[in-house]
Design a protein around this ligand. Structure first.
Ligand SMILES: CC(C)=CCC/C(C)=C/CC/C(C)=C/CC/C(C)=C/[C@@H]1[C@@H](COP(=O)(O)OP(=O)(O)O)[C@]1(C)CC/C=C(\C)CC/C=C(\C)CCC=C(C)C
Length: 608
């Protein structure tokens, strides 16, 4: 004989536990706030209704099957409000987190208005109808109570997030239907075992399957719609703030100003906003997808806001790097470099120091003279420039100028004489990127590194990590750098006859004549150099916001997998890479297991 608490121990809590195990790496501060808020609202909104309905005997419990009663409701039922909300929210997280929120915005005014208002009209009528038929003692009582109780809250949520819910209809449907079917199945077991009993006098006595009244199915369906819609209301609001950084300038914090901004984000119809930032982000994502499978996969595990801004940062770095690399004429290369430099000067014209950032209440839009860029850039490049200009207010200027120093190195055709040169070049083009990634992750997680010593320590490690990845990149690309760019980053000190080898790689562009063995020996030596710094650089991870520690490890481990592929190959591979499944396995291992190490002793910093 089952009791109510048995139902939780056997059927609901284990499912929540499994879902929590699957989703914990994705539960960022914002996600935690969202789930906590939806659970609290579910509890507060359902408690009076449930007391009212049990008071009117719509359903009842045998005293021996429950632990205790508060008001008219068993404690296990109060637990149910929270457990169901947790279960459905975690399940929904698995299905709804993968595409950037802004891609689900509806910019068509007519369809937006129809999708917003027609269901609201229907819900108003259903509320009134529900109120009329919810007469205690009548067989429409339970149905009527569900109708008048649920419709107002759906109406409210639909106003802000209905269009978003519709745009994401497939994942919304999976998020709602699966937990509904599961809870109906559990309900049927409990009803059969008489854990609770639905009063035939206040129910329609229509059964969806034997022993399962229609109202019970409707109840689970509607409550799951409310939970999923509630979660999506947050996703849409967060998405608006991530996309329209100047219109919604406050980042996540527990302050009334932020909550009020969030309310504005919730009610704001995205069709009243410009679609241009979203189109730019789409272009940025195309750049990432085309250029780097590794970072594309890794980006998926970052919290949504961090991910979006990392994509923008990646795309800007990628297109500027390509602008220089893909141009054969040195003169034009120099002009392009100048153009990028002018843009960076304009972006950071208001800064007084290298690491001065503008994160105050209303970040100033940088004054960029777009006409010259419209003339000289492709549409895709222009999109990436516009996108970075929307997030540059919280980024420091120094790393951008370091990136320029790296590009200048290439334009000037400087050679890499020794490992010191290799490390310097790598710190310019990738150490700088590491610093910028830290600023994105800290700002978008709503945290800050207050302590100067700790800031310097973390930035140092991020730069080191960038250098490590760049050296791996160079070890992998000896052949492509030579064939496509006529360039060599292998330190001359590694070569027996440096002038001849550099000539073969840079002028003849014929790397294979050096022999696979020699190429592999250069690569292996550089990878050994990278390995020397790699472990050290990982020490910085534990001081990053907790929600990005696992994802950073995924990004760096996937990328470092390339080094293993080079080392494991018997000959020098043309372009070593990890297969799709290897990337997935590395991600799972880094996210769920290896990252655990960085969650402990986070505050015992030996170095700062
Ligand atoms: C997840 C995600 C989207 C991350 C984006 C990271 C980012 C902004 C990368 C910019 C990459 C870029 C195009 C830079 C221009 C210079 C360059 C070519 C650098 C090389 C990158 C390789 O990119 P590529 O497009 O060639 O990729 P494929 O090889 O084709 O797959 C680099 C090797 C640099 C990469 C360096 C980083 C990502 C910095 C790593 C450091 C951190 C994430 C900070 C970690 C923090 C601590 C405290 C350790």
């Amino acid at each position: 004989m089952l009791t109510y608490i048995d139902v939780h121990f056997i059927y609901t809590l284990p499912v929540v536990a499994v879902l929590a195990l699957i989703t914990w790496p994705f539960i960022s501060r914002l996600e935690l706030f969202k789930i906590g808020f939806v659970c609290t609202m579910a509890f507060v909104y359902t408690t009076p209704w449930d007391n009212y309905i049990i008071f009117h005997n719509a359903w009842m419990y045998k005293p021996k099957n429950i632990l205790a009663v508060i008001g008219y409701v068993p404690v296990e039922e109060y637990m149910f409000f929270v457990i169901q909300t947790l279960m459905t929210s975690l399940w929904a997280l698995v299905f709804t987190r993968w595409s950037p929120a802004c891609f689900n915005f509806n910019f068509n005014k007519t369809s937006y208005t129809l999708i917003r208002w027609i269901p609201i009209l229907a819900l108003v009528m259903t509320t009134i109808q529900g109120y009329n038929i919810a007469v205690p003692g009548k067989n429409t009582f339970y149905l009527g109570c569900i109708m008048w109780w649920s419709c107002p809250v759906i109406m409210f949520l639909w106003y802000g997030a209905g269009n978003y819910f519709v745009k994401k209809s497939t994942s919304s449907a999976i998020a709602v239907i699966v937990p509904t079917l599961y809870l109906c199945w559990v309900d049927r077991i409990a009803l059969k075992d008489d854990v609770w009993h639905i009063n035939e006098k206040t129910s329609l006595n229509i059964f969806v399957v034997d022993d399962l009244p229609f109202e019970e199915c409707l109840f689970f369906l509607i409550t799951n719609v409310i939970i999923v819609l509630g979660g999506m209301a947050f996703d849409k609001s967060y998405g608006l703030a991530d996309t329209y950084t100047f219109e919604f300038p406050l980042r996540y914090s527990s302050s009334w100003k932020y909550y009020s901004q969030q309310m504005q984000q919730f009610v704001r119809a995205e069709c009243d906003m410009s679609p241009s930032p979203v189109n730019d982000i789409r272009q940025c994502l195309n750049v990432l997808k085309r250029a780097s499978k590794s970072f594309n996969v890794a980006s998926l595990v970052f919290p949504a806001g961090v991910r979006l801004h990392l994509i923008i940062l990646y795309a800007f770095c990628r297109v500027t790097d390509d602008m220089i690399d893909s141009e054969p004429k040195v003169g034009v290369k120099k002009q392009k470099l100048k153009l990028i430099e002018t843009f960076i000067d304009e972006l950071f014209a208001d800064r007084s120091a290298d690491y001065d950032v503008k994160t105050s209440m209303t970040p100033r839009k940088p004054e960029v003279k777009w006409e010259q860029y419209r003339l000289d850039l492709t549409d895709e490049e222009l999109s990436c420039f516009r996108a970075i200009s929307r997030i540059s207010f919280y980024l420091p200027r120094k790393p951008f100028y370091e990136l320029l120093d790296g590009y200048r190195w290439d334009v000037d055709g400087k050679t890499v004489q020794n490992e010191t040169d290799l490390l310097l070049y790598s710190s310019y083009v990738a150490g700088s990127v590491g610093t910028l990634c830290v600023y994105v992750m800290v700002y978008k997680s709503g945290t800050q590194i207050d302590d100067d010593k700790r800031h310097d320590f973390v930035i140092g490690k991020a730069q080191q990590m960038g250098q490590v990845l760049q050296i791996v990149n160079i070890s992998r690309d000896i052949v492509t750098d030579s064939e496509t760019l006529g360039r060599c980053y292998v330190p001359a000190e590694y070569m027996d006859n440096a002038a001849a080898v550099v000539n073969t790689l840079c002028s003849d562009r014929d790397p294979w004549t050096l022999g696979s063995e020699k190429l592999k020996s250069y690569a292996t030596r550089m990878i050994r150099l990278a390995n020397r710094y790699q472990l050290e650089s990982l020490e910085g991870i534990r001081y990053l916001p907790y929600e990005v520690r696992g994802p950073v490890l995924v990004a760096t481990d996937i990328y470092r997998g390339v080094a293993c592929a080079v080392e494991a190959s018997p000959t020098y591979p043309r372009r070593a890479s990890l297969g799709k499944w290897d990337k997935i396995l590395v991600s799972i291992n880094s996210l769920y297991f290896k990252s655990l190490k960085y969650f402990f002793q986070a505050d015992r910093c030996k170095h700062c």
